[in-house]
Design a protein around this ligand. Structure first.
Ligand code: ADP
Ligand code: MG
Length: 325
């Protein structure tokens, strides 16, 4: 059987997690969220957070389009983004590299300069890794961090009636990629969002104490809403006209004849945060100076995850990017 035939990447992860031996008392959250959560001492001691991500040459980056520094920044930021999505603080990093035999040392050093720039920004200590030879450059980062139990935001914590908010405009990274693959030069804003995303550690600490569920937007708004709804056993309504799009994303859509909403919903790699929060807490969040956009709400109808277009007639909300679909 091929991965495609069982429904793609997420269906595969679900099947694999079914083979993993059962729960351990110290595991607060195993497979199934942005990071694993482990109890290391009696509460109120913080929980340990662990996340890992792989970037593969030509799947996730092209050496012709991105400098090694940019690739390093992106590799680090997408991990930090997962820790931010749990409401936590990133602390310790390990890097495993697969390198083709002919890789220039200068390229690898510049990759590290990018990774270290991100580590400095977030006060992360880089503690080790592994290096081996292989066909294409592959960068695997494992990042550990911690979260106070009160600030932990699991995908499973959304409640019917919650508002759904995102931390910034979506679709820019996918718009840049669409322009690049069709031979256009993306404007600076889009290129920066695509090549050197800045995860939202800057505001996650304000959101976490107030939010219920949270997830980072790595595979598109559609996929992330589905993940929250599946984990929380709830439904959701997303209002199409409320999804924030930058002017440059709209312009790119007009140029390529693509509805820019598709990039926001199914494009991915925005590394903004999506969270659910009880509506009476939204004014408190806004008062703390956090700029967020309400895109919809959580409902008590599990399985009903819909988009409401301008005609008001709900349609199923599309999923996001899947490496095997
Ligand atoms: P994210 O996009 O936030 O990095 P993923 O979709 O990669 O999340 O992963 C979702 C969940 O599945 C996470 O808990 C992750 O640890 C787990 N996971 C992904 N791949 C595997 C695997 N090969 N084996 C076990 N768990 C996995
Ligand atoms: Mg994530």
């Amino acid at each position: 059987m091929k991965i495609k035939e069982i429904g793609g990447e997420f269906a595969l992860i679900e099947r694999l997690s079914g083979l993993v031996p059962g729960t351990h008392p110290e595991v607060v959250q195993g497979i199934g969220d942005d990071a694993a959560v482990v109890r290391i001492a009696p509460e109120p001691a913080p929980f340990l957070l662990v996340t890992t991500d792989i970037l593969v040459e030509d799947q996730h980056f092209k050496r012709a389009w991105a400098s090694p520094e940019q690739i390093g920044i992106k590799a680090a930021e997408c991990n930090v983004s997962d820790i931010a999505a749990m409401g936590g603080t990133p602390q310790w990093m390990f890097i495993s590299l697969v390198l083709p035999a002919g890789t220039e040392v200068e390229w690898i050093e510049n990759l590290y300069r990018g990774i270290c720039q991100s580590c400095r920004r977030h006060s992360i200590a880089l503690l080790g890794g592994d290096t081996t030879q292989g066909a294409v450059v592959t960068i695997n980062i494992t990042l550990l961090g911690s979260v106070h139990p009160d600030n932990l935001c699991l995908r499973s914590h959304a409640r019917p009636g919650d508002a759904l908010l995102v931390t910034g405009p979506l679709g820019a990274s996918a718009a840049a990629l669409a322009l690049l693959t069709s031979g256009h030069k993306p404007p600076g804003y889009l290129l920066e969002k695509h090549l050197t995303p800045n995860c939202r550690m800057d505001i996650s600490h304000f959101i976490a104490p107030l939010a219920n569920a949270m997830i980072d937007i790595s595979d598109g708004l559609g996929a992330e809403v589905h993940h929250i709804c599946a984990a929380s056993r709830v439904g959701a309504e997303i209002v199409a006209s409320s999804v924030p799009l930058h002017d440059e994303v709209r312009k790119a859509g007009a140029l390529l004849g693509i509805d820019p909403l598709l990039w926001a919903i199914s494009g991915g790699e925005d590394f903004e945060l999506l969270f659910s929060i009880s509506p009476e807490r939204v004014p408190q969040l806004k008062a703390s100076g956090v700029l967020c956009h309400e895109v919809g709400r959580v409902t008590d109808r599990p399985g009903a995850v819909v988009l409401i277009p301008s005609d008001g007639i709900p349609i199923p909300l599309a999923g996001g990017y899947d490496h095997f679909q």
